[in-house]
Design a protein around this ligand. Sequence first.
Ligand SMILES: Cc1cc2nc3c(=O)[nH]c(=O)nc-3n(C[C@H](O)[C@H](O)[C@H](O)COP(=O)(O)OP(=O)(O)OC[C@H]3O[C@@H](n4cnc5c(N)ncnc54)[C@H](O)[C@@H]3O)c2cc1C
Length: 387
Amino acid sequence: MRKLTIIGGGFAGLTAAITAAEAGAKVTVYEAHRTPGGRARTAEGPYLINEGPHALYNGGPHWTWLKQRGLIGPLASLPPAEALRFRIHRDGALRRTPPLGLLRQARRTAAEAPVDVDFRTWVTGLAGERTARVAAAYSAVALFHHDPGSLSARFVQERLHRAACLPPEAHYIRGGWGRLIERMVARAWEMGVRIETGARVDTLPLGEGPVVVATALPAAARLIGDPSLTWESGRTVLFDLALGTRKGDPFVVSDLDAPGWIERYTAQDPSLAPAGQQLIQAQLPIGPDASKADGVAHAERLLDLGFPGWRERTVWRREAVSQGRTGAVDRPGTTWRDRPAVDRGDGVYLVGDQVAAPGVLAEVSFTSAIEAVSLAVRTELLDLKRA
Ligand SMILES: Cc1cc2nc3c(=O)[nH]c(=O)nc-3n(C[C@H](O)[C@H](O)[C@H](O)COP(=O)(O)OP(=O)(O)OC[C@H]3O[C@@H](n4cnc5c(N)ncnc54)[C@H](O)[C@@H]3O)c2cc1C
């Protein structure tokens, strides 16, 4: 391939850029923001908060690809004592052990789950309503939806299985995902990729070689001029806190009464906050009619139980609603194959985490980026052959 234009310099755009440059293409990336990374950026100090992803799942296809290129870098590992501070919120109280039914359900693979039936109905038939409820709530950590039980059983089971397996698949980049992005940008530069930042594209540069649209789906729909390019995603309140350190604070509080997750990220990576402080993020999926205040109130109830004195210890806080930014969710009767296709025709390719590609969360951005570049290369080879 001679020339490739990429619009969007997030995880998907950078994956496509490196892959195409490795195939010999002359690549230009246009990124609207002043720095690349998109949702995978990490805030500048003093609190190194990931704007989006925290976990890099080692069972995903991106893991090997990043590893082969030396891009993963140092990982933050959880001290064994911290791992023991995993708390479950169930029936209104914090507990140390998850229900057995949840563990049994999590052992099932996605292939065992039907596509056409919702998760709640499927698990209720297998293990009862209570297990269905707690398993759905736990799965929310990897799908960010307020009602996982209503989604396709296959979709939810894949996320539950991967989020609850042992040893854990979730790994953490030391210093945050921003460090991974920096390494990807450096690799792209080495390969000769031109990255233009602060460069918003408003019209597709057609007729100048293949174009990969690597923006979030609503922006891609505008650029491509196709309002039918939509897919459902979650709505989640993100509540970030910096607290004065207190020995004994939990590492995680997972709410099994209603989807909700609180993680103290400095447990595995103290470099994310100044000495004497710890960084916590609460993720509370909310329904379409709920408000940010509802999500924050949910977080505060869990914090009251798990983090004694958190109000007095708070030195900084931030609340936000993340709408449509946490990847695709699939309703019963649909799979990733039903989402907007990668190949849009006329040399235009669509990539990101709400398109027709397999994987969990950012893995969808990764697999669609690889797919787009292989399709573009194949088309170019066919054109050359014809010429
Ligand atoms: C709260 C939260 C938690 C998450 N947790 C995880 C996790 O633990 N693990 C995981 O794997 N994933 C997680 N994700 C998902 C992950 O963040 C995304 O799947 C991934 O970052 C998407 O990357 P992308 O490149 O497809 O899109 P984006 O990151 O959105 O990148 C798109 C880029 O396009 C640019 N752009 C947009 N319009 C234009 C234009 N017109 N011209 C030029 N540039 C443009 C944007 O500025 C942006 O940089 C999480 C997401 C959120 C929000």
